[in-house]
Design a protein around this ligand. Sequence first.
Ligand SMILES: *[C@@H]1O[C@H](CO)[C@@H](O)[C@H](O)[C@H]1NC(C)=O
Ligand SMILES: *[C@@H]1O[C@H](CO)[C@@H](O)[C@H](O)[C@H]1NC(C)=O
Ligand SMILES: *[C@@H]1O[C@H](CO)[C@@H](O)[C@H](O)[C@H]1NC(C)=O
Length: 179
Amino acid sequence: MAFLQKSMSFSLMGTLAISCLLLIVLWAQEAAALPITSHCKIDASDFQRPYFTNRTFMLAEEASLADNNTDVRLIGDELYRGVKMQDRCYVMKEVLNFTLEEVLSPQSDRFQPHMQEVVSFLTKLSNQLSLCRISGDGRRIQKNVQTMKETVKKLGEGGKIKVIGELNLLFFSLRNACV
Ligand SMILES: *[C@@H]1O[C@H](CO)[C@@H](O)[C@H](O)[C@H]1NC(C)=O
Ligand SMILES: *[C@@H]1O[C@H](CO)[C@@H](O)[C@H](O)[C@H]1NC(C)=O
Ligand SMILES: *[C@@H]1O[C@H](CO)[C@@H](O)[C@H](O)[C@H]1NC(C)=O
């Protein structure tokens, strides 16, 4: 009986030791992977501010009323095709950059009063991603983002309205990919 207890406690110790070892290995792997994507992060609290969330959704709603093209969706799984999970935040960084630089800034006199507040909110998110890089080959990502940009360009004015109308989707995608 005493022997049995002893061997059981030995095997328990063994299991514990292996678990510890496994944890250390996992931790080391994570630490090794960290430098690449650790900057691809946005603070969760930024997505929990009712005021800016409300303004973003109000703006999107307003624009989507003016969007008469229901066949095209810009923000969706297409953007992630062939892209590794850990690079999704980088994809959204690129989409956010495009949205700010080529859609919202040139339209900043439209859709007031919400536009200005939403631009400053999204700029803050964009700044948090300024050091975000990808872990490997970025060609696939560039291609996906380029396809989206070309779709917007092809739709002309309507394309820009559509981007604004999908700001709610951009909000959710950024949160899902970067928090
Ligand atoms: C935003 O807030 C206003 C009141 O300030 C409210 O009427 C509106 O329904 C809210 N919209 C969303 C999308 O949360
Ligand atoms: C967009 O990306 C370009 C090139 O990386 C950068 O110079 C610019 O500051 C970015 N703009 C925003 C609004 O993040
Ligand atoms: C849809 O919107 C575009 C751009 O605002 C406009 O040029 C076009 O005439 C509209 N089409 C319809 C069917 O309303």
